[in-house]
Design a protein around this ligand. Structure first.
Ligand SMILES: [Zn+2]
Length: 256
């Protein structure tokens, strides 16, 4: 909720000047952030221009090193009616205690455990347990912001490199529409069958993960699927801003 009274005038002005540099102009905003371990998300509220009717959206940048997605998102939301969550980090992994974690693996204890073990091989069992307990204690607070229920669509923008593509997701997807099989790094991943029906008409690759049968990896898309929340990941190769804008604009023009 809007709680401007929580902030001192100095903090408010400071945020205003930073946000002003980022967005040029902001018709209306409420300064706030939300965090889990070392993952801190700046929350940005934006409005559509007057007389433009747009559905209310939520947007997310969760990987700080996905610079193309960041640029596309920050530009895109200037004219959208949205609440956006933008990670305050320049690296993919974020600190937790004296180690690190992939912020898109912290949304379940099971997924976080696997990721913490991989990224912090020298941790003792008690360090692992302490980090997992810390995540358990605050996870719902962040999920309440990101997946609050209701019918608003949450769109997460990602960039990928060589190791990850739609091929990774195909075996664990309920449905797939591969219009660009030769461009596997460019795809939508959605959790809602109605959204899939619409996106599968697009000229792009799309997979539906409504009932994910693979082990829980701690990613937000798995939580969204489990909670029946409308969620779309938009993946393109790092550096291809034009393609990410094109696919995002297609989504905006066709999804309610
Ligand atoms: Zn990512």
């Amino acid at each position: 909720m809007n709680q401007p009274g929580r902030y001192s005038r100095r903090e408010f002005l400071l945020f205003g000047s930073v946000a002003g540099q980022m967005f040029g102009w902001i018709p209306w905003f409420r300064p706030k952030d939300v965090s889990l371990a070392g993952a801190r998300f700046q929350i940005v509220h934006t409005k559509a221009p007057k007389h433009v009717k747009l559905p209310k959206r939520r947007y997310l940048l969760i990987h700080g090193d996905e610079e193309t997605a960041r640029q596309v998102l920050v530009e895109h939301i200037k004219t959208r009616r949205a609440t956006s969550y933008i990670i305050d980090s320049k690296t993919r992994d974020v600190p937790i205690d004296d180690g690190k974690i992939d912020p898109n693996r912290m949304f379940s204890r099971f997924g976080a455990q696997a990721n913490l073990k991989r990224l912090n091989p020298n941790w003792k069992p008690e360090q692992l347990t302490a980090a997992l307990d810390q995540l358990d204690a605050r996870r719902e607070h962040l999920l309440h912001d990101l997946l609050p229920g209701g019918s608003d669509l949450l769109v997460a923008l990602h960039n990928n490199g060589e190791g990850y593509s739609v091929e990774t997701e195909i075996p664990i997807s309920d449905q797939r529409s591969l219009k660009e099989p030769d461009n596997p790094h460019y795809f939508f991943l959605c959790t809602d069958p109605d959204d899939f029906q619409v996106l599968s008409v697009s000229p792009y690759n799309v997979v539906l993960q409504q009932h994910v049968r693979a082990p829980d990896d701690g990613s937000l898309s798995r939580r969204a699927a489990a909670r029946r929340q409308r969620y779309v990941n938009l993946e393109v190769k790092q550096g291809d801003a034009n393609r990410q804008k094109e696919m995002l604009n297609w989504l905006e023009a066709h999804l309610p």
